[in-house]
Write a protein that binds this ligand. Structure first.
Ligand SMILES: *[C@@H]1O[C@H](CO)[C@@H](O)[C@H](O)[C@H]1NC(C)=O
Length: 528
């Protein structure tokens, strides 16, 4: 064996990996804290395994510089974020309904166009360097499905929510609506008759809108975006209708301990919790001191990164503050502005390292908006929850948590201070909530492989098998009417109809003439 071989074998042993380093394009252009956390964690995981990453992000400069990381800044996308719609003041004072699926479908295209057309992104796409894989966040649009065709590599969708119909339909089929709550609904299984009907109605409406309005609109956009780029590299663009359903895998930020035991296709992989760093970051000194000294425990209150507690109406703010001030526990409230006179037990944090707070043994309750990341962290660190859902999947997340027995739901309303107080008393007065969250935490942690390792495993699988064709669901190859045997049903109906007509015809032609004969004979007899 020559020395080069020995050295390369040694290098492999030392780096602890035999998998090659890939060049991966990660697209996470949604300008929101939680989406950025998910994108960042994916990139960190890939870099940690030695891969090279080009990261298109709307929230750049959050990661440590790395020799194998190139960030492409699309923070201009922030100007499209509907802060004027998704906003506590709006929900509470103007009483506007939270936006639904149709709103998100309309909104999504804007980000895609802006991102693909961005000069910095165009530069990356047109510089001729090879990519081994595209990982794109699916957020109500499949326009990024053109990228793998352009770059001639496989595609993995990344999904930030629990499995739902729209994402599953891209790699398999819409799950049975009778027992699979969609992401935007406000109820959980088992559904009542009307809930079941509502699910079906909503799903039909949203899917018709998606397939017959959004899809036609997007096809044109899709062609306009990719055709010129494809022409440059001398290839023709496959139809959008085909590329939409050509992703190799879905990496999903979900886990059965949080959602439900949904039946999933082979190329749908749940890696919920992968965003949590196995190493707990140290708390800032002042926060650590407050938490260490909290004899009665700490209640942590945060409405997440999109909703701002400062947008609570003034009266509600004051009521919440006086209610929290009356508790014997210590309260850490993530709040973006200062209060004039805070009660002794309430501390306001403008920025909070949420995971480290939840990881502290004195943290006994988490009051949250019910975002999936917050709920994942509460299960990871086994802290019971009060959920105040405001929009998107938060309603169904909180209802599921309540059903699982580790959470209580409080409705977002102008007089919620008293409801919140009652819920705090219920949760802290009953050890069942803590027991339940510990049980779920066990299920959550008890996996054959850490979610970050799982992410790397499937990335490697997709690249090495050139798109994991063996994992593809056969459901994608059958049409709607074939799946439900509607063609056969139609054939049977036609045959039955033809049979009936022929019977009638035969009857009228032969039977009726001999019948006439019989009647004639009878009447002849009578007359005699
Ligand atoms: C679909 O994906 C596979 C795997 O990445 C790829 O080989 C194939 O060319 C793609 N099909 C089209 C029409 O681009």
């Amino acid at each position: 064996m020559d020395s080069i071989k020995i050295w390369s074998i040694l290098a492999v042993i030392l780096t602890g990996s035999i998998c090659e380093a890939y060049r991966i394009l990660v697209i996470a252009p949604i300008p929101s804290g939680s989406h950025a956390i998910l994108g960042d964690a994916c990139v960190t995981t890939l870099l940690g395994a030695g891969h090279e990453v080009v990261y298109v992000t709307a929230m750049p400069k959050r990661l440590k510089p790395h020799p194998k990381l190139v960030e492409v800044d699309v923070s201009v996308n922030a100007k499209y974020f509907p802060t004027n719609v998704i906003n506590l003041t709006n929900f509470l004072e103007n009483k506007t309904d939270p936006p639904g699926a149709v709103y998100f479908l309309d909104q999504a295209t804007v980000y895609c166009i802006e991102t693909i057309n961005h000069t910095a992104v165009q530069k990356v796409l047109n510089d001729g360097k090879k990519f081994d894989l595209v990982i794109a966040e699916w957020m109500f649009s499949e326009i990024y499905a053109g990228l793998p065709a352009l770059l001639d590599c496989p595609l993995i969708w990344f999904s930030s929510m629990e499995p739902h119909g729209m994402i599953l339909s891209l790699v398999d089929e819409t799950p049975n609506l009778a027992y699979n709550a969609d992401f935007g609904v406000n109820f959980v299984v088992p559904f009542t008759f009307w809930e079941r009907a509502q699910q079906l109605g909503m799903s039909l409406f949203v899917n018709l809108y998606r397939e017959y309005y959004v899809y036609f609109k997007e096809t044109e956009i899709f062609n306009n975006l990719y055709e010129p780029m494809m022409k440059k590299v001398g290839r023709t663009l496959p139809p959008y209708a085909e590329l939409r359903y050509n992703a190799s895998l879905v990496l999903s930020n979900s886990h059965v301990s949080l959602g439900q035991a949904t039946r999933l296709p082979q190329n749908f992989v749940s890696i919920g919790g992968y965003h949590i760093d196995p190493e707990i970051k140290a708390l800032p000194e002042d926060v650590k001191k407050i938490m260490d000294n909290a004899k009665q425990g700490v209640i942590y209150f945060s409405m997440g990164s999109i909703l701002k507690s400062k947008d609570f109406p003034q009266k509600l703010k004051m009521e919440l503050l006086s209610m929290l001030g009356g508790l014997k526990q210590t309260v850490l409230w993530k709040f973006e502005e200062d209060f004039a006179d805070l009660p002794n037990n309430v501390h306001v944090l403008k920025w909070a390292s949420q995971q480290s707070i939840l990881a502290h043994p004195n943290c006994i309750l988490f009051i949250t908006h019910g975002g999936l990341l917050s709920l994942t962290e509460s299960i990871h660190y086994a802290v019971p929850v009060i959920g105040i859902p405001a929009f998107a999947d938060q309603f169904v997340n909180v209802l599921r948590s309540e059903k699982k027995g580790f959470a209580k739901k409080v409705n977002l309303s102008n007089d919620m201070a008293k409801d919140l107080k009652a819920a705090i008393e219920v949760i802290l007065g009953n050890p069942m909530y803590k027991e339940k969250v510990k049980e779920l935490s066990y299920v959550y942690h008890h996996r054959p492989i850490h979610p970050r390792k799982e992410l790397l495993h499937w990335v490697e699988h997709v690249v090495e098998t050139q798109g994991a064709p063996s994992l593809r669901s056969p459901a994608l190859q059958v049409r709607f009417y074939e799946k439900y045997y509607l063609d056969l049903a139609l054939l049977i109906v036609i045959l039955l109809y033809v049979l009936r007509r022929s019977c009638k015809w035969v009857k009228s032609k032969y039977l009726s003439s001999s019948n006439k004969g019989v009647t004639k004979n009878l009447s002849d007899k009578k007359n005699k």
